[in-house]
Design a protein around this ligand. Structure first.
Ligand SMILES: NC(=O)c1ccc[n+]([C@@H]2O[C@H](COP(=O)([O-])OP(=O)(O)OC[C@H]3O[C@@H](n4cnc5c(N)ncnc54)[C@H](OP(=O)(O)O)[C@@H]3O)[C@@H](O)[C@H]2O)c1
Length: 339
């Protein structure tokens, strides 16, 4: 098996180590400067997208392009890498979120034909995307609740269970490298993490839910918090969690579900709805005892009218981090190569 790795940061480095351990031949690592590198960090050549086929793949039937570059806003670079690799005959596996959340239409065929692996993009370690898709199986009477951002869950869990202030919880999360860099105060941390949920929700929706329309991250506005809303959230930390809830058309939505702070709502033409934000979790016993601890990602299905066919926690565990993410990417690669 041969690999081309795009990006050599936290994930790229862990991936290269794993590929080497598993006996893959690494054809090259593409970095931001446009250079092609070997696993020891030596620049061996320039990388040119337009000669990907001749310079790297050379007709290999078992070559996988692993994309681990930053999830930049529009996803154009990710998409070009993915499409370039696919058109050169390689498979592609990505953990970056922008291409799939902004260009799903262009990548849909590759996903459906099993040439593009994406499970590492959301809660990778839990494998929630393929699990949800299989569990729902196109049924239109299944509601879904997902925790897509482990950091927000960690912060609210720390405040509730450990009695931390928001500041202490954020410090803890920073020490564990859970927090996206760049924020200068607590409000910016929470608002920044909420932005991350938009792309992830679009990917969950487009790949795993039976939506009547395709979602696009560019069309969704996140309602960011102000200081007063943040103060209210902190006071209610014991009962608030950032959840993404999907209700199929005709689902009886509990009146309490209007009480959501921050996030966003997407209404589908058939009446289905996705509602993301800090929900109350104490008003409905379905949620109270099932929600995940710490930085876990989580997915739950509520099946049949009023849940009469059962409520199932289908994924719960550490979703992100180099280990969980590379494990998910390797699972995609093995599945595509039939290993
Ligand atoms: N970290 C996680 O736990 C996690 C989990 C799931 C998904 N992800 C996603 O995985 C991706 C990578 O995350 P990370 O934590 O590894 O980020 P990172 O540490 O910032 O690494 C990103 C790498 O991408 C390289 N890069 C940037 N632009 C590039 C370009 N145009 N072409 C080639 N390489 C380029 C950078 O190159 P230089 O080193 O040359 O500057 C850097 O090596 C992100 O999209 C992230 O959202 C991360």
């Amino acid at each position: 098996m041969e690999a081309i790795v795009f990006g050599f940061g936290n994930i790229g480095k862990a991936l290269v180590k794993r590929l080497n351990n598993d006996g893959w031949e690494i054809r090259g690592i593409v970095r931001r400067d446009g250079g092609l590198y070997d696993s020891d960090g030596n620049r061996t050549d320039d990388f040119h997208m337009n000669n990907l086929r001749s310079s790297l793949v050379r007709g290999s039937k078992t070559c996988v392009a692993f994309i681990a570059i930053p999830s930049d806003e529009g996803g154009d670079i990710e998409r070009k890498y993915i499409q370039g690799a696919l058109s050169a005959g390689a498979f592609a596996v990505t953990c970056a979120k922008s291409a799939l959340s902004n260009h799903h239409e262009q990548l849909k065929h590759s996903i459906e034909s099993g040439r593009l692996g994406y499970r590492a993009t959301v809660g990778g370690g839990t494998h929630m995307l393929p699990i949800l898709k299989k569990k729902i199986g196109g049924r239109k009477d299944v509601a879904v609740c997902v925790v897509v951002n482990g950091t927000l869950n960690f912060l609210f869990h720390s405040m509730h269970h450990d009695g931390d202030s928001l500041g202490m919880a954020i410090k803890k999360a920073e020490r564990l490298r859970f927090v996206e860099p760049g924020a200068t105060n607590n409000l910016e941390v929470i608002n920044g993490e909420m932005q991350d949920t938009k792309k992830k929700t679009v990917i969950v929706g487009n790949t795993s839910l039976p939506l009547p329309v395709m979602l696009n991250a560019a069309g969704i506005q996140v309602a960011t918090l102000d200081d007063n809303q943040l103060a209210r959230l902190v006071r209610q930390a014991a009962v608030r969690r950032y959840l993404v809830r999907y209700y199929p058309a005709g689902w009886k939505v509990n009146g309490e579900d209007d009480d959501v702070i921050g996030g966003f709502t997407v209404k589908m033409p058939d009446g289905a709805m996705i509602q993301a934000g800090f929900h109350r979790t104490d008003l409905d016993p379905v949620y109270t005892d099932r929600l995940p601890l710490g930085a876990n990602n989580f997915a739950m299905t509520i099946e049949g009218p009023d849940g009469e066919d059962g409520i199932y926690v289908v994924a719960n565990g550490p979703g992100a981090g180099p280990e969980a993410t590379t494990a998910a990417m390797m699972a995609d690669a093995r599945q595509m190569l039939g290993l």
